[in-house]
Design a protein around this ligand. Structure first.
Ligand SMILES: NC(=O)c1ccc[n+]([C@@H]2O[C@H](COP(=O)([O-])OP(=O)(O)OC[C@H]3O[C@@H](n4cnc5c(N)ncnc54)[C@H](O)[C@@H]3O)[C@@H](O)[C@H]2O)c1
Length: 506
């Protein structure tokens, strides 16, 4: 029988004393768990110990960890000289190199050392648990326990159920995760599990927008932070995680899902990788940085103009939110084109060119405005060949009223609608293929990536029908399968059901 992770005598083994292994040891000791650490590198376990206890001592100085608990942690810690020291472990988590053969050999060796009731878990971020387990005799006890970096700050832990993992093993790992102060979310064994998979939309759609020259990295980031509430824009986030990390992750997940175009990244990503412009760690990525990681460029994403505000605006389409906004600007509006004033329309999923061609609107004076994702920052766009003065007059009126403006190139769904629709759609697809429940997908994305809303919550907030409309328009205009709505989303939108409505019981 498996030992209850809440039992005082529960003993955890950690293999690999790198960044992740040290983090796991730290949170285990903070949770009062007895831990044994091994690293194949000469002196690796000892230097891992030094790293962990230096951090715990700093926590004691800051009053965030009791001195008594520090001495208990010292008693609870063992640095192992060899793997045979793991014989009495109740669970082992490996955080060694991300290499299938290394992990398979390690697990096979461990099976000869530990009892049948010891859980063997991998912290892998990209290898399927099934492929590690196939090297093992007792596959029911093999699972994933995927922590996030830096472990002590990231509350989420994904508990990965391989095809043969036993339910009691999953239950015990969830309990262990909680004892280590994490929030466990159970996920299916699939490329990128939950968080790395769900995060592809934010990353790859930003690269797509850059590829199409819709906006600069600073403009995309400003829109996603200010209009959609993301803590970091996708381009600065990419620079933080490192292009050397997120490009291969994108490729692995794209290939793992049989080249699904929804998951495809675009050339600007490879361009950064090829040039060695990995982001903060190399000083250059989407932005530039000094040695301390502080931004040295001044790109802001703000549009400025010397133009005078428009005296009158043509609002040909009824839109209550836009009418309210313009009323607040104190500008007179007319419905029929007077042949000289800027024409302003709130577009959903459509670009200016398509709207102008469809309705016979004069594209020269036509300005599209994103009212779905409008906050203090407002996004404007025009079709190719349009008169810039029309956009400048609208922008000047918005700026005079205290708004910030970002002006982008013509794009179906602007930046925000496109990015949000892609994030929501991918979350819905993850629910459709049963990676986890809708609630767990939302929780994982909020905790694992700091999103303001989970992807299905985002679809609910913006409206499932609107998201489908945006995606269908983009798909129609670009002709790309990348934008096809997930059946999960489409069905709930068609039936007017909440996006979280579960499918038929599995
Ligand atoms: N770094 C991250 O952001 C992150 C996040 C989540 C998961 N992961 C996963 O965690 C694992 C470890 O990542 P890391 O960043 O800590 O790596 P790391 O390179 O910092 O540390 C790996 C450690 O494992 C040791 N090691 C290698 N082979 C070994 C073996 N056979 N037996 C014992 N020790 C061995 C190495 O000496 C090294 O100290 C990988 O599987 C990685 O995919 C990493």
């Amino acid at each position: 029988m498996l030992k209850d992770p809440e039992d005082r005598t529960f003993r955890l083994g950690v293999i690999g004393a790198g960044a992740m292994g040290q983090g796991i040891v730290q949170v285990a000791l903070q949770g009062g768990v007895s831990v044994i650490l091994f690293d194949a590198r000469e002196g690796g376990a000892e230097s891992g110990r030094a790293g962990v206890f230096a951090r715990l001592e700093r926590l004691v100085e800051k009053g965030k960890f009791a001195g008594d608990d520090l001495s208990k942690a010292e008693d609870n810690f063992t640095a192992a000289g060899q793997l045979s020291d793991f014989a009495d472990c109740d669970a082992i988590v490996e955080a060694v190199f991300e290499d299938l053969e290394v992990k398979q050999n390690l697990f096979a060796e461990l099976e000869d050392i530990v009892s049948d009731d010891c859980i063997l878990a991998s912290n892998t971020s990209s290898i399927l648990i099934a492929s590690i387990a196939r090297a093992c005799r007792n596959r029911g006890r093999i699972a994933g326990l995927h922590f996030f970096n830096p472990v002590p700050l990231m509350r989420l832990v994904e508990v990965i159920k391989g095809p043969e993992t036993r339910d009691d093993v999953i239950k015990a790992l969830c309990k262990l995760g909680e004892r280590l102060g994490r929030t466990p979310v159970v996920a299916k064994d699939a490329p990128g599990f939950l968080v790395n998979h769900g995060g592809r939309a934010y990353t790859t759609e930003s690269m797509r927008l850059l590829h199409e020259k819709v906006a600069t990295p600073a403009e995309i980031d400003a829109i996603m932070r200010d209009c959609c509430g993301f803590r970091m824009g996708p381009c600065e986030l990419m620079d933080l995680t490192g292009v050397d990390v997120n490009y291969p992750v994108s490729r692995i997940i794209y290939e793992g899902y049989d080249d699904d175009p929804r998951l495809k990244t675009s050339f600007p990503h490879l361009a950064l990788l090829s040039a060695g412009n990995f982001g903060r760690k190399t000083g250059t990525g989407n932005f530039t940085y000094d040695e301390k990681g502080q931004r040295t460029d001044t790109a802001s994403g703000d549009f400025t103009t010397e133009s005078l505000p428009a005296a009158k605006l043509v609002l040909p389409d009824p839109d209550a939110a836009l009418a309210d906004l313009v009323k607040g600007l104190g500008i007179a509006t007319i419905v029929d084109d007077d042949g000289e004033s800027p024409i302003l329309v709130a577009l959903i999923g459509e670009d200016c060119s398509t709207y102008a061609a469809r309705t016979g609107t004069d594209h020269c004076r036509f300005v599209g405005i994103d009212m779905l994702c409008a906050t203090k920052r407002i996004t404007l766009m025009q079709s190719p060949g349009a008169d810039r003065a029309a956009l400048e007059q609208v922008a000047a009126a918005l700026l005079a009223a205290g708004h910030q403006v970002t002006a982008i190139e013509d794009s179906p769904g602007f930046v925000a609608q496109r990015m949000c629709a892609m994030v929501a759609n991918l979350g819905c697809e993850m629910a459709q293929i049963g990676l986890a429940t809708p609630e767990e997908i939302d929780l994982a994305m909020r905790l694992g990536l700091g999103y303001p809303h989970g992807p299905l919550e985002l679809a609910e907030k913006l409206g499932a029908k609107k998201i489908v409309q945006i995606l269908e328009k983009i798909q129609d205009i670009t002709g790309e399968d990348r934008y096809r709505p997930s059946l999960w989303l489409r069905r709930r939108a068609q039936l007017g059901l909440p996006v979280h409505t579960p499918g038929r019981a599995a």
